[in-house]
Design a protein around this ligand. Structure first.
Ligand code: FAD
Length: 313
């Protein structure tokens, strides 16, 4: 990027952050963001590359119009974007240090279980609360910025059902290849189901992703997420209507996979007002993330671009 050497440190085992994919030998789930919208010209170019490679596809959302979803999941798209960079997974940053009175010094970055590394410029892109905790006290203006943002949690349930390939048309008569179901209920804010196939085994796999609404998620955040997954799965089964698109009664009752996941900082409910600084040029540090721009993938990307440009200038 602009002739600079970029290193990305990510504490997670897999890349993607809240756009990551949970994979299982038979099923796969985008358990964070389900889709995104795109308007920014540069961002659209990246999206177009994903469409050209069939890593993503489009869908019409009843309220948002054209949306982009993983085909069938976001993992290949994210992996290809990641290839352009040096990314270290399992790299939990525990501290960042620089003497307040020596702003031209390099940043010292402590990583759990690894050697400290040094960097001239630093961009922090974790959710606001985690950013605030990592910032040294003397960067109080940036700390204050991070304190402005608010997030809502989301509990996700991932359910996988195996079925014989010939029975798919009984469940899904209209479009046996791929039929996402968008569905809301009292507890569920969103769900989508995707088919995958293994012709050698004469088997098809339905991966159902369910997100609880903010009220349920806040209430049960500290509960074991697998207990919530049970509840969300029952709710999904009982409230999804039998329709010409999806015949629930033809689904086997045996479920092969059911797991819950807690997103403590899922969706930004209060974006930081732009009057708050996101960069300290004298100390070569900037902040980025959806909480500075808007509660969406595209906004997080724009925020990252703004942070990089602010340091380069
Ligand atoms: C359930 C759910 C549904 C969503 N639905 C949508 C949607 O439909 N459409 C949409 O546009 N957006 C949606 N979003 C929001 C979208 O996912 C986010 O806006 C976007 O992913 C934020 O990107 P980010 O880079 O700012 O943060 P993140 O994706 O959270 O990335 C932060 C990264 O920092 C890493 N990290 C954190 N702390 C450390 C540390 N100390 N050391 C090293 N690494 C660290 C994390 O591992 C992570 O990789 C959804 C999010 C969730 C959770």
């Amino acid at each position: 990027m602009h002739g600079k050497e970029v290193l990305i440190l990510d504490k997670a085992r897999n890349s993607g952050g809240r756009l990551s994919t949970r994979r299982h030998p038979l099923f796969s789930f985008d358990h964070g963001a389900q889709f995104f919208t795109a308007k920014d010209t540069e961002f659209l170019q990246i999206v177009q590359s994903g469409l050209n490679n069939s890593e993503i596809t489009t869908l019409t959302h009843p309220q948002k119009g054209k949306i982009y979803i993983g085909n069938p999941v976001f993992h290949p798209f994210v992996s290809r974007l990641k290839e352009q960079f040096h990314v270290e997974q399992n790299a939990l940053v525990t501290q960042i240090n620089k003497s307040p009175d020596k702003p031209n010094e390099e940043w010292q970055i402590s990583i759990e279980g690894r050697q400290t590394i040094h960097a001239k410029n630093l961009i922090l892109t974790m959710p606001a609360q985690q950013t605030e905790a990592l910032l040294p006290n003397y960067l109080h203006a940036l700390k204050k910025t991070a304190l402005q943002a608010e997030f809502l949690p989301c509990i996700a349930a991932m359910a996988g059902i195996e079925i014989s390939a010939s029975d798919v048309t009984l469940v899904n008569p209209e479009n046996p290849e791929l039929l996402p179901l968008l569905h809301e209920s009292e507890v569920i804010s969103w769900s989508i189901a995707k088919w995958s196939h293994n012709s050698a085994q004469d088997a098809a796999y339905l991966s159902v992703m369910i997100h609880a609404n903010p009220q349920y998620s806040e209430r049960y955040l500290e509960q074991d997420a697998d207990i919530s997954a049970d509840k969300l799965w029952s709710e999904w089964l009982s409230s999804i209507p039998n329709s010409h698109n999806f015949n629930i009664s033809a689904l086997p009752t045996h479920i092969s996979y059911l797991k819950g996941h807690r997103w403590r900082y899922a969706k930004v409910s209060k974006v930081v007002n732009e009057s708050h600084p996101f960069v300290d040029p004298s100390h070569s540090i900037a902040l980025a993330g959806d909480w500075l721009q808007g509660p969406r993938i595209e906004s997080a990307w724009i925020s990252g671009r703004n942070a990089a440009l602010s340091l380069l200038s």
